[in-house]
Design a binder for this molecule. Sequence first.
Ligand code: FEO
Length: 171
Amino acid sequence: MQKKMEAALNQQINAEYYSSYLYLSMAAYFESLSLPGCANWMRVQAQEELMHALKFFDFVAERGGRIALTAIEAPETEWKSPLDCFQAVYKHEQHVTSLIHGLVDLARELRDHPADNLLQWFVAEQVEEEASADKVVQDLRRAGDSAQLLMMIDRELAQRVFTPPATGSGT
Ligand code: FEO
């Protein structure tokens, strides 16, 4: 694997761990608001990000690259409201999408077809990630100041479960 791709994938491993850390911080925020369903949604999201990190980790290892883990930035700990928090999720996922698209561009520039192939899974995943965050944003917007509707949304988000991929690496 070319060094440039190896370095970029190492950076992405860090970005996925940061995402996991951010969502776990959001889970803690929702625990503090006594909204266990929203906290559950964030916990599942945090687990998915760990799975993403491991998918890149396994790929670099399989290709004979060297993984170098680096410090994970501290995430924010407070948001203004549940809506503000889910808007931050949506914005963060848009940022991750741009990182993934940048990696696709690099893989194509380097003619790294295996990396391109792996990244296509992430391109599709990001479409889902943005859509699921946006759905909660829309629901919370509609709920407005209604505590009753917020409780209903919280109950719905309590249903989300993490489904581990069929294989350890998710490939
Ligand atoms: Fe790993 Fe939420 O993208």
